[in-house]
Write a protein that binds this ligand. Sequence first.
Ligand code: PMP
Length: 346
Amino acid sequence: MKDLQDLVRPNIWALKPYSCARDEFKGFKADVFLDANENPFPNGVNRYPDPLQEKLKACIAPLKGVPVQNMFLGNGSDEAIDLPFRIFCRPGIDNVVAIAPTYGMYEVCADVNDVEYRKVLLDEHYDFSPQALLDACDDNTKIIFICSPNNPTGNAFRREKIEEVLEKFQGIVIVDEAYSEFSSQRPLRLDLAKYPNLIVLNTFSKAMGCAGIRLGMAFASVEIIGLMNKVKYPYNVNVLTQQRAMEALRNQALLQQHISQILAERQTLMQAFALLPICKKVYPTDANFFLAKVTDADRIYRYLVEHAVVVRNRNRVALCGDCLRITIGLKEENTRLLAALRQYVQ
Ligand code: PMP
């Protein structure tokens, strides 16, 4: 990896971050807060949240096996995807490389930040070649994005391939493990200490069942986390989200039970789907969704919407012609999908 300072935009390296009122008295115990121009009448949310979410991070650390100092929390993974562009990529000069097809927000964030987005197409097995990713890079490539398990294809990539990229690429590698709880592969976040150029993304939106609270996680070296904290909005995770996340974490048994149920349903639904006359192929998956090639994705998508069932039409995505992406729902929801499709007249 290059020196971190050589990768970071000079203005960000030199940035003096906003200092929150709550940050300045650290180390002292206080119970009279006349520092932040808040309304003093208590209602549960009249105070600003902890800007570094320390209590919440302390709850997450043992569950994820990542120390607090290697953790960033943000407003969904979206924030953790956007910040590295703002930290590392000079608009109009630098570029990023990503597998394709993959999660659409990487490209949107690149476009918003005026950063060239270079796509490297997966092969016919939806797999990637480390060398092809490296060949797409030049001196101005700051970040490589790998999503594993990948959205929309569903498959997790072999660790050795991701590790080859981490070892050979001189810049930052972002590995989005949003769906890792549904995969049997060992998550890369557990090997953070080995790779100073690695940022792993996780989210509360999928297996944790909290898409509505908008809470994303990034795991990286202390230095990279420091940069993310410097650039983020001071109070980026609100009080309600922090409270609700801690509640969600308390019931680990229930979370695990839901994941097991989703995995069992995944198998049942995929087997039944494969037998439908409209189904040409069900792709293997390591996530809580699967991709299926069907006879006519546009028409079947519209038919399902008319029957009040919404799936994701990926027909116009590269390598996903006539593909639908189907999230595993409750048993009764999956049954509704299958029942509707059994009535479909080709
Ligand atoms: N990463 C991937 C790969 C995703 O598919 C999604 C959601 N579709 C996200 C991140 C978004 O996560 P969040 O809700 O935390 O912004």
